[in-house]
Write a protein that binds this ligand. Structure first.
Ligand SMILES: Cc1ncc(COP(=O)(O)O)c(C=O)c1O
Length: 284
């Protein structure tokens, strides 16, 4: 899961006596084994950042409810256009609105979605009292983002699908992580729970951090940023940015190698995006 989410769980929620156990997100038995009598909530990010692993939302909702827990889904990579966790049994869905909901990297914000009691009263009550409220201007920008969200998500998916297939056959690429590829270990689940595979992909190059940085630095059109979901394509080196605050051991356990590069595929002409990634890979 996203690096800051780990920091939030371990460092900050830990101070309130809330403990978090981590499990491989696709291993349902590991989830079940980790549930303790005091467990209250299961949290899944699917597809996960940055490796695009999937959690089975319906199965996790059933598991959570069988143990009197809530299921919370971080739906940041999909938005409701591509995946609707509440329809699959989840109790609460969260979004970083900073990403696809804005779509042009202008505003920071988020959304918590769920029923009237839990979200409308309890979550809203805490936010109202503790203060992390959205400014009216940001809310206005996000509402305008929603007007084009469906069109954008389809176009992001279309471009990412073409690029993932091209990258998979590129001689300098060791491995591609994209839920729309038939080689994705959970391709069936992706087809079941997501309408389209989305605009995020990651790939690995040989040579670790130095090689990954060289590839990224040679790109000319694609901007380097830890943000995602923009209409402009952006590139990230997860091991030193989004997941840089994790220990090397935590990254290794999560499978985030130093040669991993994440692309948030934008809406430029796909030939231009391909040429720019190709320009990067050519330096290896
Ligand atoms: C899956 C996921 N969830 C949550 C976030 C956090 O977003 P924000 O920084 O807007 O809170 C990110 C940021 O990259 C993310 O990738």
């Amino acid at each position: 899961i996203f690096g800051s989410t780990v920091i939030l769980f371990d460092k900050y929620l830990g101070r309130f006596g809330i403990e978090t156990s981590y499990v491989p997100l696709s291993d349902l038995e590991a989830w079940e084994r980790a549930i303790r009598p005091q467990t209250r909530l299961l949290f899944v990010e699917t597809p996960s950042n940055p490796l695009m692993e999937l959690g089975d939302i319906r199965a996790l909702a059933d598991l959570a409810h069988a143990h009197d827990c809530l299921l919370v889904v971080d739906n940041c990579f999909c938005t409701p256009i591509l995946q609707r966790p509440l329809e699959l049994g989840a109790d609460i869905v969260i979004h970083s609105a900073t990403k696809y909901i804005d779509g042009q990297g202008r505003c920071m914000g988020g959304a918590v979605v769920g029923d009237e009691k839990r979200v409308g009263e309890e979550v809203f009550g805490v936010l109202r009292t503790a203060g992390p409220s959205m400014s009216p201007f940001n809310a206005w920008v996000f509402l305008h983002g929603l007007e084009t969200l469906a069109l954008r998500m389809k176009a992001h998916s279309h471009n990412a699908d073409l690029l993932a297939n091209w990258l998979e056959n590129h001689p300098k690429v060791e491995r591609v992580h994209y839920p729309g590829l038939p080689s994705h270990p959970q391709a069936d689940l992706a087809a079941r729970q997501m309408d389209l595979p989305g605009g995020m992909l990651a790939f690995e190059v040989e040579g670790g951090r130095e090689a990954a940085w060289k590839v990224i630095d040679a790109m000319r059109m694609i901007s380097i940023t830890a943000n995602l979901g923009d209409v402009k394509s952006t590139v990230t080196h997860p091991a030193t940015t989004t997941h840089g605050r994790l220990t090397p051991e935590q990254r290794a356990e999560a499978g985030i190698s130093d040669g991993l590069i994440r692309i948030s595929v934008g809406l430029e002409d796909v030939a231009d995006i391909q040429a720019d990634i190709g320009r990067g890979l050519d330096v290896l």
